[in-house]
Design a binder for this molecule. Structure first.
Ligand SMILES: Cc1cc2nc3c(=O)[nH]c(=O)nc-3n(C[C@H](O)[C@H](O)[C@H](O)COP(=O)(O)OP(=O)(O)OC[C@H]3O[C@@H](n4cnc5c(N)ncnc54)[C@H](O)[C@@H]3O)c2cc1C
Length: 121
């Protein structure tokens, strides 16, 4: 089976895509990064059959989730995932100091005073 599509901006271009499999699901989410993965989990917990499709087979690419801010960790805690997440190897950053070339401090936020269970990045 194949799907034919055309681009509206240029002359009609015919593309052929092979369909390897057809499945019926309640909900299909495209993209398995933070938004898609979290939504899939929340829907599945409500008993909704979800299929999550992700273009990449692995994380071997520019990874954009190097830090988890306190607010993100609060959400992980609300979802009951914080403890398992913290079992993974990680580093806790409790403050940052950015200095100018003359040594003076430009920027030096600390997270330790935040009213959160997760006062680090
Ligand atoms: C350089 C950079 C650094 C960042 N660093 C951080 C950080 O340290 N901490 C932090 O919290 N946030 C960080 N962010 C922000 C964070 O990456 C985004 O907020 C987050 O990735 C958004 O998630 P998302 O699921 O909405 O979209 P995306 O992360 O863009 O996910 C979309 C997913 O959909 C998939 N996809 C797209 N099209 C298809 C398709 N047709 N079929 C199947 N799959 C498809 C893609 O492969 C991708 O996995 C950073 C962003 C950038 C650009």
């Amino acid at each position: 089976m194949s799907i034919h599509s055309s681009s509206p901006q240029t002359e009609p271009v015919s593309q052929t895509h092979e369909i390897a499999d057809v499945q019926e699901v309640d909900c299909c989410i495209i993209g398995g990064d933070p938004a898609g993965a979290v939504l899939s989990l929340l829907l599945a917990r409500q008993g909704i059959a979800v299929t999550l499709l992700e273009a990449h087979r692995d994380f071997d690419r520019d990874f954009r989730g190097d830090t988890l801010q306190p607010s993100a960790m609060e959400i992980m805690e609300e979802m009951g995932l914080a403890d398992r997440l913290l079992e993974l190897p990680h580093t806790k950053l409790r403050s940052i100091t950015v200095r100018a070339s003359d040594g003076s401090i430009i920027f030096s936020p600390t997270f330790t005073h935040l009213k959160t269970h997760f006062p680090s990045c």
